[in-house]
Design a protein around this ligand. Sequence first.
Ligand code: HEC
Length: 125
Amino acid sequence: MKKQVLFGLAAGLALMAGVSAASAQSAADGEKVFRACKACHSLEAGKKGVGPSLHGLIGRQSGTVEGFAYSPAMKNANLTWNDENLAKYLADPKGFIAGNKMAFAGIKKEDDLKNLIAYLNEAAK
Ligand code: HEC
């Protein structure tokens, strides 16, 4: 009886460790994917480049960084950035928001996209 409980606990812990290691791994891989974004985006609040700062991106309303001159398309997109719509936008920026001015072709590899979004969830909270 006691043994079973211990076994259950150990299995649970191993599973949890596995899961968090997997997401830490994908965020680490995502940081590499983010290199493609760094030319235009900072993760620092208020620091704009060719693109707006991505600080606080997850949960932020699209097109609302003060002082950044968004395209009308982005200003009117009316999205709250989350995993789902980021995946769609970053896979195909022009296809998802027609007329937006982010000059980026999109991330075609599904793993890269998943890892990038895991990274953004940690780094762009
Ligand atoms: C060549 C420069 C450039 C690159 C590279 C680039 N972006 Fe952008 N990004 C922009 C610009 C410019 C905008 C504003 C678009 C608009 O106003 O239409 C933008 C907008 C965005 C937005 C919307 C922000 C908001 O405030 O609503 C997100 C999210 C975003 N980019 C993420 C990324 C990610 C992630 C990458 C890398 C995979 C990336 N971008 C690569 C220039 C770039």
